[in-house]
Design a protein around this ligand. Structure first.
Ligand SMILES: Nc1ncnc2c1ncn2[C@@H]1O[C@H](COP(=O)(O)OP(=O)(O)OP(=O)(O)O)[C@@H](O)[C@H]1O
Length: 289
């Protein structure tokens, strides 16, 4: 059930009342069976504008992101993909000159309402960055860190760390050297360690900003497989420059174009096989970008 009482297959209506994006009850995962029900909307932006000082980076973005699917954000450099990703878990708050107008709903609750705690929000909506950024700590402590900070490091800490490493498809490679530094791993392993760190605290949504762009083809392919796997349990939103990657791993694709406009959003197959807009077709066939 969604906070608005809608059943499976319904889109939660934005509300300004009780549901809190930082409240456990507002974010309990609805138990939907995707084989029989369309996915529910977890994140919805309405007329979202983002400015850096006087410069507008995003213009009137309307988007509905379905749960437990992969949504890819694609488009040429500077079109606002990362800005949109960061507005979902309020990472733009950390940029002094950034300003957001419009609405961004998480389970029907506007995350920009005054009563939303951005730190609590980011526990529900985790993030993985372009460059792997493990802490200068052991592999074990990298994953255990968030659990400790959140007071979830009870007697099961070891089991929780193992589970996160397993879900991030890296356990086999590191289980006999958990005391070694995370910085000694290869780039691809470091990125999977960062994904393990992000999922250890059990978020609901994982935002990924070009998570494979710094990796070689083998490590990239491992991350792609992992992203598809993760979408069985998590809602994944991924920025990528790589159109083949978006076509391979995503269910929905959002095409942003220069000027910070969302030009087309829909099922990935439709976008790649039969785009509605000429500008999107030109972009995905490589005529510009
Ligand atoms: N911290 C910032 N301060 C000022 N302007 C910024 C900042 N971050 C991004 N911008 C500007 O906002 C616009 C959108 O940038 P953004 O990084 O969101 O685009 P992008 O599509 O993710 O680009 P890329 O694919 O190159 O990473 C660009 O014009 C960029 O210069």
């Amino acid at each position: 059930m969604t906070p608005d009482g809608g059943g499976p297959g319904t889109v939660p209506k934005p509300q300004t009342g009780n549901a809190r994006a930082d409240d456990e009850s507002a974010t309990d995962r609805p138990s939907t069976d995707q084989s029989t029900h369309p996915a529910e909307t977890v994140i919805e932006s309405r007329d979202l504008d983002v400015f850096y000082g006087d410069d507008q980076a995003l213009q009137g973005i309307d988007m509905e992101i379905p749960e437990r699917q992969v949504t890819a954000l694609i488009g040429p450099s500077g079109c606002g993909k990362s800005t949109f990703l960061r507005s979902i878990n309020r990472m733009n708050d950390l940029i002094d000159v950034a300003r957001v107008e419009g609405e961004l709903y998480f389970h029907g609750k506007n995350v920009y309402d005054d009563d939303v705690d951005p730190v609590a929000l980011r526990r529900k909506i985790g993030m993985v960055f372009q460059k792997p950024n493990p802490f200068p700590k052991s592999i074990f402590d990298n994953v255990a860190y968030g659990l400790k900070v959140q007071g979830k490091a009870d007697g099961n800490l070891e089991e929780k760390v193992h589970t996160a490493l397993e879900r991030a498809a890296i356990l086999d490679e590191v289980e006999d050297r958990l005391d070694e530094s995370g910085l000694e791993l290869s780039g691809g392993q470091q990125q999977r360690l960062c994904i393990a760190r992000a999922i250890a605290t059990d978020p609901e949504v994982i935002l990924m900003d070009e998570p494979a762009s710094a990796l070689d083809p083998v490590a990239t392919s491992q991350i792609e497989d992992l992203v598809e796997e993760l979408a069985q349990e998590y809602t994944v939103v991924i920025v990528t420059h790589n159109m083949q990657q978006a076509a391979r791993i995503s269910d929905k694709t959002a095409v942003f174009l220069t000027g910070g406009e969302l030009v087309e959003f829909g099922d990935t197959n439709e976008i790649f096989e039969n785009p509605e807009h000429d500008r999107v077709e030109d972009y995905i066939t490589g005529k510009f970008g």
